[in-house]
Ligand binder design. Structure first.
Ligand code: SF4
Length: 451
């Protein structure tokens, strides 16, 4: 059994590693991809195929101190109304390029706070999206819902538009922790939001909570997870709080000396993890949990679990298009990212062109390494037969990759004829093991703690 001193020696408590929601990761994007190439990639989508759409709303009513999202605070609706017009214009540019018969497999509204749109704006935006690309059979339409920024009228509008999965942010239910991270959201507010969502027939509920927050202890983590479990979420994302005050200035409000140590972070994660497992949730990849009936659990059991910019997904669409400032799209040819600043994005769209400012064109072993890393992050194993079948690599080259990863981790990994496996006790090291299959220079990019 692997123990903390061994994890420490292997660098778990010091390492900064990517979360691998893409490969290569966003810091390696360059200006090789611009709006014209992005437009060509849209035109190249197979007619009649399924794609996914992510709509980004970079506005919030208040700016929580812990949050490193690029988002603007606004107390009025005016910037949001103007932004929805820009989103609609961007969707029109997309419509002009999209081949015939394309439908949506997934539609996700994220941010920021998409629920600060008023009900009329929600209806208008949803109608416009579905006019450009209709929902396909069994499509999922999910929205990130801020329990502090939702009411009956807005949920009615979303339910009428076809939302069938809701995602609520929780972070932690403890009062002192909430005050310290600058986000007050009582248990009653969250419970009421969950009830209002379910009353409208939306039975798929996701929740996000954080470990590694200031003043968090195992007892407080236990209380928060138990409160969360009382809401019966179908999926839970248990993310590590990343304290990067030099990048996210708001985090300077959070006292560094109240943060748990990396060793304590591992204990907090493990405390929450055990509670989900006792409650019969399936463990999904490195940081998600889902009920046995949930689509993520089915995808895990059938080897179809995937990873994209939103984390784990059962979506099988080859193309994911991001609409809105800073959104990232993925195509079989590579990645394309819209201009991060809302002003630059708006300017480009008003001039009648996509705002694509950077991206990555897949080359060399990118697609092979992307799949090796995704397989480790999703299944904790690499199936050699699948890789040899799909990626034209030789057995000896693949084995060489396995051997060098294993050597870097005290030979903790298991290598058999079937492939490479991360044993359960070594799973805290998964992101670091995935890094050993990453051919890019990671020294320049700022990544988050491995735990
Ligand atoms: S946590 Fe949500 S509401 Fe708070 S600043 Fe971040 S995106 Fe906005």
């Amino acid at each position: 059994m692997i123990v903390k001193p061994q994890l420490a020696r292997l660098g778990l408590f010091d390492a900064k590693v990517p979360r691998y929601t893409s490969y290569p990761t966003a810091p390696h994007f360059s200006n090789d991809v611009g709006s014209s190439l992005y437009g060509d990639w849209i035109s190249d989508i197979k007619p009649g195929s399924s794609i996914s759409l992510y709509i980004h709303v970079p506005f919030c009513r208040r700016l929580c101190w812990f949050c490193a999202c690029r988002t603007q605070g606004t107390q009025t609706d005016n910037p949001v109304i103007a932004y929805v017009d820009v989103l609609k214009a961007e969707l029109d540019l997309l419509a002009a390029r999209l081949p015939e018969g394309v439908t949506l497999s997934r539609l996700h509204w994220g941010g920021g706070t998409p629920t600060l749109l008023n009900p009329d704006l929600m209806r208008d935006l949803a109608a416009h999206i579905l006019d450009v690309v209709p929902l396909g059979p069994n499509a999922e339409f999910s929205v990130e819902i801020d329990p502090n920024e939702i009411d009956e009228a807005r949920l009615d509008a979303l339910a009428e538009a076809g939302m069938n999965r809701a995602s609520i942010g929780v972070q932690d239910f403890d009062d002192e922790i909430q005050k310290t991270i600058g986000r007050i959201q009582s248990y009653d507010t969250t419970r009421k939001a969950a009830e209002m969502i379910r009353e409208r027939g939306i039975h798929s509920l996701n929740a996000d909570i954080l470990y590694g927050l200031p003043h968090q202890t195992k007892t407080r983590m236990t209380e928060s997870v138990q409160k969360l479990l009382s809401l019966n979420p179908d999926r839970v994302a248990l993310y590590g709080y990343a304290h990067v005050p030099w990048m996210a200035k708001r985090q300077q409000m959070i006292p560094s000396d109240a943060l748990p140590t990396p060793e304590q972070r591992l204990d907090l994660f493990d405390t929450a993890r055990r509670l989900f497992m006792w409650d019969n949730y399936a463990e999904i990849g490195i940081d998600h949990f889902a009920t046995q009936e949930d689509g993520l659990t089915r995808a895990l059991k059938t080897g179809k679990l995937k990873r994209n910019f939103q984390g784990y997904t059962d979506d099988q669409a080859e193309v994911l298009i991001g609409v809105g400032a800073s959104s990232i799209s993925r195509f079989p040819q590579g990645y394309a990212q819209n201009a991060p600043a809302t002003s630059a994005h708006t300017k480009a769209i008003r001039e009648g062109r996509f705002s694509t400012s950077r991206g990555h064109l897949f080359k060399g072993q990118d697609i092979l390494r992307s799949r090796l890393i995704e397989a480790l992050m999703c299944d904790f194993k690499i199936n050699s037969a699948e890789i040899l079948r799909d990626h034209g690599i030789s057995v000896s080259e693949l084995n060489q990759m396995y051997q060098s990863a294993n050597a870097a981790f005290d030979n903790l990994l298991s290598i058999t004829e079937d492939g490479l496996f991360i044993p359960p006790e070594a799973r805290p090291l998964t992101r670091m093991i995935a890094r050993s299959f990453d051919a890019y220079d990671l020294s320049k990019a700022g990544h988050s703690s491995a735990i």
